[in-house]
Write a protein that binds this ligand. Sequence first.
Ligand code: 8ID
Ligand code: ZN
Length: 347
Amino acid sequence: MSIPKTQKAVLFREHNGPLLYTDVPVPEPSDTEILIRLSYSGVCHSDLHAWRGDWPDPTILPLIGGHEGAGEVVAIGSAVKNFKVGDLAGVKWINRTCLTCEYCLRGEETCCMNQDISGYTVQGTFQQYVVADAIQAAKIPPGADLAEVAPLLCAGLTAYKALKKANLQQGEWCAIIGAGGGLGSYAVQFAKAMGFRVIAIDAGNKSQMIKDLGAEVFIDFTQCDDLAKEVERITDGGAHGVINFSVSSKAMNVGIKYVRTLGTFVIVGMPANAVIESNVGDHVNKQFNITASSVGTRAQMEDVLSFYSRGLVKSKIQVFPLSQLSKVYEMMEKNKLQGRAVVDNWR
Ligand code: 8ID
Ligand code: ZN
């Protein structure tokens, strides 16, 4: 397949500036990278945070966002041994890890001190061709539906690891805040597949989709006066695990109130300038854990693709043309999307 010199991409030059659908050069892979011709890219709320400049860590500018890209390998660097041209590959949030820092050595690669992040510190997947480090790129099974696989690369992976960190036993209650979003819609399904009882919390416009995914209980947070009381009533004492995927500080500050004694609260969603405040007496009385979770490891990525291949989790997607990314961001900001938006990189 011949590789063109230029391609279409969506980039911005400054935070909150115009999202330009424009021509850019096709990148060339270094010795350790692969070049992927992308078919689809999921749109994560983190991409919206990056465009808005919500977080203190700086992005490169101009920036091509996106970190859930699925496509076919069209070229490989001279040192690449684990991919060949024609393989299907995925680009994740973690594009490259150093493999040598304290945390990489401990197998905690998501904490790598020298990582490159797709669509943040290196150019991402809102373009037709992208380079990715061969070690961190995901192997996508042959024949997979690339539109459905794309959001597994961040949303699916992050939801899966967050459930592991909730440290739940089968039959225990897991409250999932933001259950109708990209990450939450996977979390509901993983939780069910792992044998947990799901209380899904989101706005009413997402209730049907969430129930279809298998949540045992749905609570519309916009209609509930006392969420903590309601969760405690349903679970008879609080959820054993509470995971926040919403982009709401308030939801987190309420969520830590309905963690069961000895339970675990997992921070995943990252609203700008969010702070959690909790009562020290409650901590001592209930001795619950507060932890956080960041994406997932390569091994966990394989687990996630295996859950998907076995039909245990499905991707709830809405497909849009890449050229309409700004419209997707608008819908995301208004919480109008159901599950994950995916862009077709060729429209
Ligand atoms: O590794 C990580 N920690 C990681 C990885 C990927 C994404 C963290 N994130 C972060 C994103 O940056 C974002 O802050 O997780 C958050 C959720 O990402 P997303 O799933 O991609 O966002 P979304 O699709 O917009 O879903 C958010 C959902 O939250 C609901 C919305 O209705 C939507 O369905 N929601 C909101 I906003 N406020 C709520 C509330 N108070 C709420 N649901 C319940 N209660
Ligand atoms: Zn993401």
